[in-house]
Design a protein around this ligand. Structure first.
Ligand SMILES: Nc1nc2c(c(=O)[nH]1)N=C([C@H](O)[C@H](O)COP(=O)(O)OP(=O)(O)OP(=O)(O)O)CN2
Ligand SMILES: [Zn+2]
Length: 149
C-alpha cells in the first residue's frame, strides 16, 4: 500500500481527573500528530499536484483548519470535569475545547481521527482517505488508530 504522511505539532493542556498519579494535575504537552493518507495518485498533466496522493501543503492546511488550530494552545477539558470547566469559564476568553471523553491520548487520537477522516474523505474522486493517525503525547507515549477499510 502506498501512503503519504504529514507531521504537525501543537501545544495543549489537559488532565485526567481520576488518574492515580501526576496526570490528575493540570498540565500540558507538545503533541505530535502524524496523518497518513491513502488514495490513487493524481494523474492530471499540468496540474500542480500531478503525481501526488495529495500535496503536503494541502494536507497541512486541512489539518490546521479542522483540528490543529482549534486545539493549539487550548485546554482540552473532559465534558464531565465540572471543576475544571467552571474554573476555565471564569477566565475571560479562555481557549477551551470540550472533549466528550476523558482526554487520554487514546481518546484524543480517536476524536482527532473522526474529525480528520471527515475532512479528507474523497476530495478528488481518487479514493483519498485517512488511513492512520498517530498522536504522540510525549516522545515516549503515543496512540495509533487505523481505518477499518
Ligand atoms: N494509556 C495512557 N496512559 C497514560 C496517559 C494516557 O493518555 N494514556 N496519560 C498520562 C499522562 O497524561 C502523561 O501525559 C504521560 O505521563 P508519563 O507517563 O509521565 O509520560 P512521560 O513520557 O513524561 O514519562 P517519562 O517517565 O518521563 O518517560 C499517563 N498515562
Ligand atoms: Zn498528560
Amino acid at each position: 500500500m502506498l501512503t503519504i504522511t504529514r507531521k504537525l505539532e501543537f501545544d495543549a493542556g489537559h488532565r485526567i481527573p481520576d488518574h492515580k498519579s501526576q496526570c490528575r494535575n493540570l498540565h500540558g504537552h507538545r503533541y505530535t500528530l502524524e496523518i497518513t493518507l491513502v488514495g490513487d495518485i493524481i494523474q492530471q498533466e499540468g496540474s500542480s499536484d500531478n503525481g501526488m496522493i495529495m500535496d503536503f501543503s494541502d494536507v497541512k492546511a486541512i489539518a490546521k483548519e479542522t483540528l490543529v488550530d482549534v486545539w493549539d494552545h487550548a485546554f482540552l477539558a473532559y465534558a464531565k470535569d465540572t471543576a475544571v470547566r467552571e474554573f476555565l469559564e471564569s477566565i475571560p476568553g479562555h481557549k477551551t475545547v470540550i472533549i466528550d471523553s476523558i482526554p487520554t491520548v487514546e481518546n484524543l487520537a480517536r476524536t482527532a481521527f473522526n474529525i480528520l477522516h471527515a475532512a479528507y474523505k474523497d476530495r478528488y474522486g481518487t479514493g483519498l482517505h485517512l488511513h492512520k493517525l498517530v498522536l504522540h503525547e510525549t516522545p515516549n507515549c503515543w496512540a495509533e488508530i487505523t481505518a477499518d477499510n
